[in-house]
Design a protein around this ligand. Structure first.
Ligand code: AKB
Length: 315
């Protein structure tokens, strides 16, 4: 069957790189990127549409126009920005998802990817090696919306047979597009500043350990999950996925091995600290390993080397 794929919220950190991989796999003519804003650049033969995922009628027209068979819904407000605009975060994260799920049922779109997050866990979830199934009491509006979204995905799968697949992304580290509005963003900004100014003030404390994943692994993992046979996908809420775990001091020391004069300092009383403190420090991803053979390639050392090489080569 010929696939026709749309990425909603494609201008963000993950969308930018996932679009490249999907165009390579399915061909330019079969992949449409879309966002609420025009992209910074658009290559020849690349298709782009302006869309607000909250405008259900426009979304329906777009899906019909391109005879969409697969949707990647990446439009969302992340954890830190969500705390500044809780109603807007809830509205975008929930109603954007509901619009896509309902249109998928109405138009017969079978396959959907929707990202969840480690933010679905909370202060009473086990902090170390956090399992797929455990107490989940998120206390950020972003985490609450992601947990509700997971329940919706599983519900629509069972009730309507939608083939929805999802990953609980940890912090994603990448050099092409900087993230915005997240609690894990420090782990990307630290690289840009190490090379730009030689110093960085972390908004998280030295010992705040969080799960992270390098973009190359995130894109590969997402495509591997989407390629896996449907009967192998036993988790229909969202899969735990692990890459590496580190704290600001550890990543700072790794950067210093390549940028010896790098100076790392710490800010106090940043509101993002409380969000980070409620999240796991490491993730157990045995369900993803068993169901669709997930395995990350990058650890802290390999990721740091690759980030710095790419940032230097593309400066
Ligand atoms: C955030 O920090 O909000 C995101 C996430 C972990 O989902 N990067």
């Amino acid at each position: 069957m010929k696939e026709s794929i749309i990425l909603l919220g494609a201008n963000g950190q993950i969308g930018t790189e996932l679009a490249v991989a999907l165009r390579k796999k399915f061909g330019h003519e079969n992949v449409v990127t879309s966002d609420i804003r025009e992209p910074k650049q658009l290559g020849e033969n690349e298709q782009f549409e302006l869309i607000n995922v909250l405008d259900k009628n426009a979304l329906k027209a777009l899906f019909e126009k391109h005879q969409i068979t697969q949707v990647y819904l990446l439009a969302a407000m992340l954890s830190a920005t969500g705390e500044q605009y809780p109603q807007k975060a809830w509205d975008l994260n929930m109603n954007g998802l509901l619009n896509v799920l309902d249109l998928a049922v109405e138009l017969g779109i079978k396959k959907i990817f929707w990202p969840s997050s480690i933010a679905v866990f909370g202060p009473h979830s086990p902090k170390v090696d956090t399992p797929q199934y455990c107490i989940m009491d998120p206390n950020s509006i972003y985490g609450i919306s992601k947990l509700a979204g997971e329940r919706l995905c599983e519900y629509y799968h069972h009730k309507y047979g939608l083939d929805i697949r999802s990953i609980r992304y940890p912090g994603i580290i990448s050099w092409k597009t900087e993230p915005g509005g997240g609690t894990t963003d420090y782990a990307v900004h630290i690289f840009f500043e190490a090379l730009r100014s030689g110093n960085y003030e972390s908004f998280l404390s030295a010992s705040t350990e969080l799960p992270m994943l390098y973009m190359e692994d995130a894109v590969r993992g997402t495509i591997e999950l989407m390629d896996a046979p449907s009967e192998n996908i036993r988790v229909r809420s969202s899969y735990n996925l692990a890459g590496m775990s580190f704290n600001p001091e550890q990543i700072g020391n790794e950067i210093k091995k390549i940028v010896p004069n790098f100076v790392l300092s710490y800010k106090e009383n940043d509101p993002r600290q409380a969000i980070a403190d409620s999240w796991p420090s490491s993730i157990n991803d045995e369900h993803a390993q068993n169901d669709w053979n997930w395995k990350p390639k990058f650890d802290l050392q390999a990721m740091t080397k690759d980030m710095i090489e790419n940032l230097k080569n593309n400066a």
